[in-house]
Ligand binder design. Structure first.
Ligand SMILES: Nc1nc2c(c(=O)[nH]1)N[C@H]1C(S)=C(S)[C@@H](COP(=O)(O)OP(=O)(O)OC[C@H]3O[C@@H](n4cnc5c(N)ncnc54)[C@H](O)[C@@H]3O)O[C@H]1N2
Ligand code: MOO
Length: 449
């Protein structure tokens, strides 16, 4: 089979998984698309793709935020839980903006004997009218100085200093408090701690910041057929999700506290039940076992755990059996509220679940704002699913989103080469049509983790 044929076959596989029109008619990418998830039984309706994302955001926003106080470096990528108020004036003293001379009054000036004023050196003696002292960028301005003259704009002759051009009062002096006064609001609570924020916080006198901790995530990889090393053989396949999900979820701004493998046997189901009921994580991400197969025990375990299914199947390809559940109410009598994101086992379907449910949930739990949506025109016609949204790996050029081959649900070859996934509405897109783009966290920048 040629590569093109095999890629097309994968598309057919994804599109053929719809057996009939959804109850209540065709859906769209922004709303109520519906079909039976979990094998097309029609037992319940899938949530529209955009609605599923909104539900995940609301689920995260509804959890009472925790806060902690951490050293600056540990705050990177977290969100400020308190406003960043200046602890000092900035600059905290009148500062020379240039290497040159601090002068008092009109020139020429008599040069002060001895060394100049350096950054960090002791408070300099006040200048008397007509006096000049050599000064470095960042050094304290002597009292009664009226200007700083850059070294390239003046010349020394004996003990006298002459300016080459007119000198304006206050030139090249950064006055104390120019950037902020002590107590000024520098950034509001809710701001993302970026490298620039760390720099500003340090300049403003902070050693620690009060932030919202990263949501804690435990990953549970289900499946007896998974190998941790070597070549696939005898019906066994390499576990592609354990190596991928930890670093990916890390890039989404969460703290991954562990990745565990869980078998398909009753002991595995018991281990899964124990994890969803007792884990210290804020979010459990499971992989596999979401569909209706004989050993797919995610649904039964969630039922046993008394979980509330917030999303149970999404009108998206690949990945439609994905789910989101909540355990616990977060009331003081109950244990803390915990969410479960059930990702389908097919690897690209798991990616789809990450972007559809895990990303908005973790973003909201971390208190991070959603990035503004953006679109790009797609290169070439893109086939659509009749009722469901499709997520298609794309490369971004200056002009276009270019769809990649090898985007079948079981394939990672396309997404591994991609910059982003394009959101293709039901029935497809024409060449040049603007499609929403979901950046992959490493391609977009902006992720300080
Ligand atoms: N009768 C139906 N069967 C299936 C339907 C359906 O609608 N009716 N949906 C299909 C879709 S779509 C998906 S996606 C999968 C979801 O299945 P599960 O979430 O239950 O996952 P598994 O059955 O455990 O595995 C599916 C597939 O993925 C491979 N897999 C699982 N984990 C990994 C891993 N860590 N690394 C690599 N590959 C993995 C697994 O071997 C299977 O090939 O259900 C369809 N079935
Ligand atoms: O085919 Mo399934 O859509 O989720 O991978």
């Amino acid at each position: 089979m040629t590569p093109t044929n095999s890629a097309e076959q994968a598309l057919d596989e994804a599109l053929a998984l719809v057996s009939r029109a959804p109850e209540g008619g065709a859906g769209d990418s922004s709303g109520n698309a519906g079909r039976g998830a979990g094998g097309g039984t029609g037992a319940h309706r899938a949530t529209g793709w955009q609605r599923a994302r909104d539900t995940a955001t609301r689920a995260g926003s509804g959890v009472r935020p925790r806060t902690h106080r951490v050293p600056l470096a540990a705050a990177l990528g977290e969100v400020l839980a308190a406003p960043l108020d200046a602890l000092t004036d900035l600059p905290s003293f009148d500062t020379s903006a240039m290497d040159g001379w601090a002068v008092a009054g009109p020139g020429p000036w008599s040069v002060r004997a001895g060394g100049g004023v350096l950054a960090g050196s002791e408070r300099p003696e006040p200048l008397t009218d007509g006096e000049a002292v050599r000064i470095a960028t960042g050094a304290r301005i002597p009292a009664d100085a009226t200007a700083v003259i850059r070294s390239e704009h003046c010349r020394e002759a004996g003990t006298q200093l002459f300016a080459d051009r007119p000198v304006l009062t206050g030139q090249d002096i950064r006055p104390r408090g120019q950037e902020c006064r002590s107590g000024d609001l520098l950034l509001p609570a809710g701001s993302l701690v970026t490298p620039a924020v760390l720099g500003l916080a340090a300049a403003a006198g902070y050693d620690e910041l009060t932030t919202r901790p990263r949501p804690r995530v435990e990953i549970l990889v289900l499946g007896d057929e998974l190998l941790t090393g070597g070549l696939p053989h005898e019906g066994l396949v390499r576990d592609a999700l354990s190596p991928m999900l930890g670093p990916w979820i890390d890039r989404l701004g969460a703290e991954v506290i562990g990745t565990r493998r869980i078998g398909d046997d009753p002991a595995g189901a018991a281990a899964l039940l124990e994890a969803v009921t007792t884990s210290t994580a804020d979010v459990l991400v499971t992989t596999g076992g979401t569909a209706g197969g004989p050993v797919d025990h995610v649904h039964p375990v969630l039922h046993r755990a008394g979980a509330e299914l917030l999303v149970d199947g999404v009108a998206v390809r690949p990945g439609h059996p994905m789910l989101l559940a909540r355990i616990g109410s977060g009331t003081p009598e109950e244990h803390a509220v915990r969410h479960v994101v059930g990702l389908p086992g097919n690897p690209l379907a798991a990616v789809s679940g990450l972007l559809t449910l895990a990303e908005p949930l973790l973003r909201a739990l971390a208190g991070r704002r959603r990035r503004p949506r953006y679109t790009a025109p797609v290169q070439g016609d893109v086939p659509g699913h009749p009722y469901d949204t499709r997520l298609v790996p794309v490369l971004l050029s200056d002009e276009h989103a270019v769809p990649l081959r090898y985007h079948g649900p079981a394939m990672l070859r396309g997404v591994a080469a991609a910059d982003a996934l394009a959101v293709v509405p039901p029935k497809g897109a024409r060449s040049g049509q603007e499609l929403e783009i979901l950046d992959l966290p490493w391609a977009s920048g902006g992720c300080f983790t």
